[in-house]
Design a protein around this ligand. Structure first.
Ligand code: 3H9
Length: 710
């Protein structure tokens, strides 16, 4: 056995089990995910050529000794540079090798990683291994032959599903793709070497995927038409999914070489799109959110083995489910047994609904319920490692709770509040251990929404911050660390969103027009539909706690307040800004609301006029961006990409725009700044109060910079 190492691909000569044949094993080794960076591509070509030239070598294997085969092309190279040899060139060398090349997938293979395997002559893996072409999530399509080779091996329908959805599939479900699927990874290498021997024994045939003929009868025109139709809502606003379909269509309609050319054209079209820039920004933003400066490798992490949750309402119950889902026992605390029983029954119902949909087995439901116990005594929380309170949103109530927790919880227990607006520093003052106090702001429904705002106070210790960030990962949340201010990052920025929507209704805009423009912009629903769904009374409650702050310009909320006074609190009442038929969530415009808007506008001396689509976007989205700039200046968020993560995961901001701050970077900060100045100058008192550009926005716009440059 001889061994030659390059930096990114190892080379080893191995004998097959009977010692009859020699295998050249090419080990990709580019941590952390074996991305196919330039060094890997160069290494693969060098070693392939060496193996082809070495007369003693019978078969070539491409594999990895890491826990995955490859995470695909190196996304950080997409911004340019010296990229030769590119991936299709490497795959060309593999496919045209005169000696058989076997891909041995020792772990997941994604994107270009799977494309490497598809260009090999044979593929071996284990049953549960996951493979996929997730490029669509980056706003692109598989650009190294994946759209042409996968339909040839997996069938057109399966390839379409994988390429358009980006979802990984277990190897055992892809019989056309794999020649050998072993039960467990432990036996993979020995089985792969035995397979190599068989390949040699059978004449060392090179079996090129490009030579496989697609059975066109399996891919009639209607298949693609139906696919497009089924995808319309899901792919709304995205650029890549339609191009993915076109590329697979090309695999059916064109010979392989022409199909590859078409794939290349569509790939470049996607690469140049603003959606791809946004989605790739978001890919890194999500990962960067976990890189925080508040702790380092040396900072200890506390063990979270049991959790207490105070409040068994919808929020508390949702939070508890996250922990039970992760196998962590929870003690739920309520003052009254009845409330506790109701809360636990609601959780059971939620789990049973999941079981009905086939997402859980009956046994899993019972296992999870067994992790949830309840108590009406604070003393029950004496031994938990973390407590999260989800009680009524009032400072005095929260402080009482924290005082009680301080008295019963063991030293080292983390005391967390799920408040969405209150000052957590002030909450922490109720305890003798403010360094153990932190905010864990879950978004509703807490068992579904991925986002967790982790709110550090001025006193929270690095150890507690690090523990909270790690714990979030364990319960499958995307955590973003923020500082204390009213509403933290998400709810603070959303204030301008609701404010301008209401104010524009006063100025003559209709709720259905404003909602449609925002929906078309990519949000899941417009501000009025959202307000009705959440409950207009909730908005009024938050405004009430902010009267001091907004008293200088209450014009925008007078109309909303009047609607609440009339009992128009939203969907739950059958009437809010819109009307609703019983059991139906579809908003029905109500002319009487416009009439009321007209009257209020006349009383306040606000002129009514037509409002354009552009003005709606600028007035609703730009103040959010401006608030984001203030948040960055104040250090409430550490980086603009953190704000984007909060908005995509917490508020449904379209990922194909990358989040509000990336959207601003894309259209140019000068555009945002100029529009803020315009509305400040044109909207009278309202403009002066709410459209003053943040100093940071002004500075970056003047310097021609982006938030991402900070
Ligand atoms: C492609 O293949 C195009 C081709 O069709 C055509 C080309 C011509 N590149 O996610 P993690 C980084 S497009 C560069 O936390 P996990 C990531 O940023 C590609 N970097 O690990 C992070 O860095 P940091 C198609 C990458 O174990 C670190 O690695 N492939 C890449 O939870 C760890 O990542 C995909 O879309 C990459 N491809 O999950 C797959 N991937 O530590 C994208 C990751 O500095 N990747 N990084 O924050 C993934 O889905 C997950 O990373 C994976 C591992 C499942 C592989």
């Amino acid at each position: 056995m001889s061994q030659v190492e390059t930096q990114a691909v190892g080379y080893e000569l191995i004998e097959t089990p009977s010692a009859n044949n020699k295998v050249a094993a090419l080990w990709m080794q580019n941590p952390p995910v074996n991305a196919l960076s330039k060094s890997v591509r160069v290494g693969l070509i060098e070693h392939l050529n060496a193996a082809i030239a070495d007369e003693s070598v019978d078969v070539i294997v491409i594999s990895s000794k890491q826990n995955l085969f490859s995470g695909g092309a190196d996304i950080s190279e997409f911004s340019g540079g010296d990229l030769e040899p590119n991936l299709p060139v490497v795959l060309d060398v593999i496919e045209n090798s005169p000696k058989p090349v076997v891909a041995v997938l020792n772990g997941p293979a994604f994107g270009g990683g799977l494309e490497v395997a598809l260009s090999c002559h044979y593929r071996v893996t284990f049953a549960s291994n996951k493979v996929g072409l997730p490029e669509v999530n980056l706003g692109i399509l598989p650009g190294a032959g994946g759209t042409q080779r996968l339909p040839r091996l997996a069938g057109v329908q399966q390839a379409l599903d994988m390429i358009v959805s980006g979802r990984p599939v277990a190897a055992k479900k892809l019989p056309g793709v794999f020649d050998v699927v072993v039960d467990s990874p432990e036996t993979l290498l020995s089985s792969a070497l035995a397979f190599c021997e068989k390949v040699v024994a059978e004449g060392s045939k090179v079996r090129k995927t490009c030579d496989v003929q697609i059975d066109v009868s399996t891919a009639p025109k209607e298949l693609f038409a139906q696919y497009r139709k089924g995808l319309a809502t899901q792919a709304r606003g995205f650029f890549a999914p339609e191009r993915c379909i076109q590329a697979v269509e090309a695999s059916v309609e064109l010979p392989f070489a022409e199909g590859l050319v078409r794939e290349g054209e569509l790939f470049m079209e996607c690469m140049r799109s603003k959606e791809a820039r946004a989605q790739q920004h978001f890919f890194f933003a999500e990962r960067a959110a976990s890189h925080v400066k508040d702790f380092d490798k040396e900072t200890p992490v506390r063990d979270i083995k049991t959790v207490g949750i105070i409040g068994a309402g919808t929020m508390g119950g949702g939070i508890a489910m996250n922990f039970a889902n992760a196998g962590i026992p929870v003690i739920m605390l309520e003052l009254k047994q009845e409330a506790l029983d109701k809360g636990l029954a609601l959780i059971r119902k939620n789990y049973e609904n999941s079981a009905k949909k086939g997402k859980l087995t009956a046994e899993q439901v019972e296992d999870r319920m067994a992790l949830l116990t309840g108590s009406t005594e604070y003393a029950a929380l004496s031994d938990v490692d973390l407590v999260i309170e989800a009680v009524f949103e009032k400072m005095s109530v929260k402080q009482e709770v924290f005082k009680a927790l301080d008295a019963v919880c063991k030293p080292g227990a983390i005391l967390a509040s799920n408040t969405s607006t209150l000052d957590i520093d002030e909450i922490g003052e109720a305890t003798k251990r403010p360094e153990d106090v932190i905010g864990l702001h879950f978004f509703s429904p807490a068992n579904v929404m991925k986002l967790l705002e982790v709110v550090k106070t001025s006193k929270t210790s690095p150890e507690v911050i690090k523990t909270a960030m790690k714990m979030a990962k364990k319960i499958n949340k995307v955590a973003v660390l923020v500082g204390v201010c009213f509403g933290f990052v998400g709810n603070r920025m959303i204030e301008g969103y609701g404010r301008e929507a209401n104010r524009m209704m006063l100025e003559g805009g209709t709720p259905e027009h404003i909602d449609k423009v925002i929906y078309d912009f990519g949000l899941p629903m417009g501000p009025f539909t959202m307000g009705d769904m959440a409950g207009q009374d909730i908005g009024a409650f938050v405004r009430e706690s902010r009267r001091e702050f907004i008293k200088h310009d209450p014009t925008y909320c007078i109309l909303a307040d009047k609607l609440v006074e009339q009992g128009r609190v939203g969907l739950k009442a059958g009437k809010g800004v819109y009307l609703y038929e019983a059991g139906n969530r579809k908003p029905i415009p109500d002319p009487s609301v416009l009439e009321l808007a007209k009257q209020v506008a006349a009383d306040l001396g606000v002129a009514q006029r037509d409002i354009s689509d552009q003005e709606i976007i600028e007035r609703i989205i730009f103040p959010m961006i401006n608030e984001g700039a203030l948040i960055l200046e104040e250090g409430i968020a550490a980086k603009s990409s953190d704000i984007d993560v909060i908005y995509v995961y917490g508020y449904g901001f379209p990922v194909y725009r990358g989040g509000p701050m990336q959207y601003a970077d894309e259209i140019g900060l000068k555009t945002v700044y100029d529009a803020m100045c315009k509305y400040r100058d044109e909207l009278g008192e309202h403009g002066k109060n709410w459209f003053e550009p943040a100093p940071l926005l002004k500075k970056l716009a003047e310097q021609g910079k982006r938030f991402a440059d900070l």
